[in-house]
Write a protein that binds this ligand. Sequence first.
Ligand SMILES: NC(=O)c1ccc[n+]([C@@H]2O[C@H](COP(=O)([O-])OP(=O)(O)OC[C@H]3O[C@@H](n4cnc5c(N)ncnc54)[C@H](OP(=O)(O)O)[C@@H]3O)[C@@H](O)[C@H]2O)c1
Length: 349
Amino acid sequence: MNQSTLNSPSVAVVGVTGAVGQEFLAVLEQRNFPIGKLTLLASARSKGKTVTFKGKEYTIEELTEDSFKDVDLALFSAGGSISKRFAPIASDAGATVVDNSSAFRMTDGVPLVVPEVNPEAAGGIELGKGGIIANPNCSTIIMLVPVTPLHREAVVQRMVVSTYQAASGAGAAAMAELEQQTREVLAGQKPTCDIFTQQYAFNLFSHNSDIGPEGYNTEEMKMVRETHKIWGQDASSKTAITATCVRVPVMRAHAESINLRFEKPLSADAAREILRNAPGVSIIDERQQNRFPTPLDATGKDDVFVGRVRRDISLNGSMTDHGLDIFVCGDQLRKGAALNAVQIAELLL
Ligand SMILES: NC(=O)c1ccc[n+]([C@@H]2O[C@H](COP(=O)([O-])OP(=O)(O)OC[C@H]3O[C@@H](n4cnc5c(N)ncnc54)[C@H](OP(=O)(O)O)[C@@H]3O)[C@@H](O)[C@H]2O)c1
């Protein structure tokens, strides 16, 4: 790797017109990520459109097999099928890929990284020398940023999570559909259902991903399997995890209710103290005011917000103090996608 690659890598953003792609530009600018040359890529539909980054106008190019010549870092967020086809091409051309899709997350040898949790997994990959690093599922990241420091202290034996997921998790078109449906319903009209099959405004429904033979949808299984991979657990050490994922008519930022059962006792006060010192975590836990994290608190923010830290009263006897309930909110376009991916890239600088 030459010095110019380290100091000012040539960066390509794939899927730059999308919800995550737009957030990539915001995060790269806000964090002043060093960039030698910036290439913005999307589909043929967006070719020739312009985007402003750091006050300079850039023209979007169509993604092709030749897009990655002299690119050191390629940030992908254009869907799984695009990543499957183009990430290996980019890597072969020498670009180090950080991929937001699920295409490579569970592939052996591909690191699945949350920088606050397992930065060491990205070791051995050098910027500008190819290689693919996967960004975990957004709900998984938002869960693991606060849960991992508790796990390190008291070892999570079992985790039960229920999610309340925002429209932005399904992309820019889903956000537009929620807005449109809200207007339509308020005007007494039939809501347009192009992205989701059911009315979303003033409603909620089970996550719109495929359902497997056990009755879990793929979003739920991502939270289970990706957690095991990120925590480096094998069949003998796996934490028991079950998830229920639900879409709620919130524009941006996911919420999650998480029940934890620990191997060792951990009081709510001790957990709050651990969370206070945890990287990437902010606490809003004001019982007197009934004030706890909301998606609006998390929107546009880097941290995952945690509150409702309380002892699980269903456990007693020798298990008293072995269980906690927490409620978390995180901006999944940011920490669940663009920010986490840029933090991964920063590990490589
Ligand atoms: N939304 C989230 O919170 C989130 C979180 C974590 C991971 N992800 C993952 O990130 C990826 C993008 O999600 P998103 O929410 O940003 O979706 P989105 O808003 O629908 O954006 C999709 C992007 O992909 C581009 N694209 C589509 N077909 C393409 C093609 N044939 N060639 C090149 N570019 C193409 C689109 O470009 P055009 O505008 O030109 O069509 C657009 O820039 C997905 O894999 C998703 O699972 C999303």
